[in-house]
Design a protein around this ligand. Structure first.
Ligand SMILES: Cc1ncc(C[n+]2csc(CCOP(=O)(O)OP(=O)(O)O)c2C)c(N)n1
Ligand SMILES: [Mg+2]
Length: 324
């Protein structure tokens, strides 16, 4: 096991638990009609964002996807701002104008989720280029799925970041499917690390359900980037245990109940908790305290979001770029 302090071990647990509870609340809110627009949850994949973002500060930039609630939370956007944003309220991180797929909070370096699959790879490359030019010591981080790796942006971004030794971390969340298309169907080379290495960059594949494995890989990648030694691709092999998007069937015809059950048994949160208990790194009472506090935070965030006003209609044309 990685050599962390008890506080560090528990901070990782707390972050994953906060993402899980927020997502579960959002899924219920979606069923109740409170969420405007699509809602792709991060349930099952929490260890990836948590293990990576533990190494980042507010000056590091994260660019994310349609499945981005977990990235925003792990980067430091409070659950109430995420919930309010999905409910279209003025107190949301994008003032209620963006929703799930436009979560922006530059104050904490959350540079946006996006429904367009792929561009976050190029945006993070741009952030790395900017950090290098300005000599800020910051890193750019792209979170993206296996599906995005078959998009042109992947190849352009990885190549450019490599030849210019940019401080970028490419985090591929390989959950085996793009919507309902298996990764093994969509490419003849499913070895993501090998694909990245073919550009000449460092790459590593880790168990994306093991937060400590992700944490260690990200530690090395962030150090390498900050030292000026170029980008890294981290492939986190993981699985989403809910539907692609809320309202869609969680199984469909593309995956089996057995597969889903097998991954649920490898849940990143409960397996981590069991590991910490077994090793004596933390006690049952530590988890009780964290779980109670997080549940209270999520409940309060939900009430806050639900009771917040919608943006005033008279402000509809604010924040819109106009050349005239
Ligand atoms: C450029 C582009 N092509 C297609 C889509 C439709 N689309 C939305 S989500 C998705 C699947 C993405 O799969 P992946 O990158 O593996 O992420 P996951 O949903 O598995 O987290 C697709 C194809 C899109 N939003 N953008
Ligand atoms: Mg996928």
């Amino acid at each position: 096991m990685a050599d962390l302090s008890k506080e560090q071990y528990l901070a990782l647990y707390r972050q994953m638990f906060e993402i899980r509870r927020t997502e579960e609340q959002l899924a219920k809110a979606h069923q109740a009609g409170l969420v405007h627009g699509a809602c792709h949850t991060y349930v099952g994949e929490e260890a990836v964002a948590t293990g990576v973002c533990a190494h980042l500060t507010a000056k590091d930039s994260v660019f994310s996807t349609h499945r981005g609630h977990g990235h925003a939370l792990a980067k430091g956007v409070p659950p109430r701002e995420v919930m309010a944003e999905l409910f279209g309220r003025v107190t949301g991180c994008s003032r209620g104008r963006g929703g799930s797929m436009h979560l922006f909070s530059p104050e904490v370096g959350m540079m946006g989720t996006s429904g367009i699959v792929g561009p976050c790879i190029l945006q993070a490359t741009g952030a790395g280029y900017s950090a290098k030019l300005m000599n800020t010591g910051a890193v750019g981080v792209a979170f993206f799925g296996d599906g995005a790796s078959n998009n042109g942006a992947f190849h352009e971004g990885l190549n450019l970041a490599t030849i210019w030794d940019l401080p970028v971390i490419f985090v591929c969340e390989n959950n085996m499917y793009a919507t309902e298309i298996a990764f093994s169907y969509a490419t003849r080379n499913t070895n993501m690390a090998e694909r990245a290495r073919s550009y000449g960059m460092s790459a590593v594949a880790v168990d994306g359900n093991d937060v400590l494995a992700v944490y260690q890989a990200a530690d090395e990648a962030v150090r390498r980037a900050r030292a000026g030694n170029g980008p890294t691709l981290i492939e986190g092999k993981t699985y989403r245990t809910r539907a692609h998007s809320e309202g869609m069937p969680s199984l469909g015809t593309y995956r089996t109940q057995e597969e889903l059950d097998a991954w649920k048994a490898r849940d990143p949160i409960s397996t981590y908790k069991a590991k910490l208990l077994q090793s004596g790194a933390a006690a049952e009472s530590d988890f009780e305290q964290i779980e109670t506090a997080v549940q209270r935070l999520v409940d309060e965030s939900f009430e806050f979001a639900k009771n917040s006003p919608y943006p005033d209609p008279s402000t509809v044309s604010n924040h819109i770029f106009s050349a005239s």
